[in-house]
Design a protein around this ligand. Sequence first.
Ligand SMILES: [Zn+2]
Length: 285
Amino acid sequence: MNWCDEMISWLISDRNSLIVVGGVWSLLFGLCVGSFLNVCIWRMPRRESIVRVPSHCPNCGHPIRWYENLPVVSYLALRGRCSGCGQKISPRYLIVELLTGLLALGIWLRCGFSGADFLTTLPQFAALSLMIPAAWIDAEHRIIPNRLTYFFIGFAIVGATVLPSAFGMPSPLRGLCHAVGIMLATGVILACFALLGKALFGGDALGWGDVKLLIAAGGLFGGTGVFFILLFASGFGVICAVGAVLFSAGKKRIRGYAIAFGPFIALGTFVWIFLGSKLAPLLPF
Ligand SMILES: [Zn+2]
């Protein structure tokens, strides 16, 4: 059998064709979601509606027509400039769209090749839509909007009740109790950490936005998941903070510049999504 026949016989298996077709759709879906996440990243910290006002150029108000709003393609076709006023469009639009698209494709492929139930990708896709805007807004504005975290806390409760198997739970009641229980426990433990940090160091060692983001992560990935995400984010955060202090020695401008924790939580979440099954046995519980 030559490679062409081999590929065809690989493709015609039901599961493999589902992986390929689903992969294409996941990529397109991720690119479109990324385009919407860009709207959230710009408007949420400015307290603007994310649905009511149609897309427009923030510089000249030029309404963005549908063909100027195609993920990735439009940015490249317009060469990163507004067609109304020529103002440069932030490369964030391209980065967020590509990142969301590729991560969505990765989530689908990882699930397909590991032989897991495709329904289990639901909390992972939800985490993608939560973590990318949370990380970007936190890095830029030092806040994580409540309406973002509250939405996904609600999503975790409703999702675990309506589709318990997607969250690894056998029944709607177990799904509901597990989601609420984990989120309450995460909230109480992290609130103690946050208050203790404030009492010991005076500043916000762990902000309330970070606490709410981790509560949502607990609802989506359970106790082991949120434990790993917190461990990874704290460890990696400390390494980067020490690195930043050493690197900025003598440069006063960077000193005293608190590092946003949101991007580290997001990074920990993506590591958990892709390597969680291998890392879980190494964790104490
Ligand atoms: Zn413009």
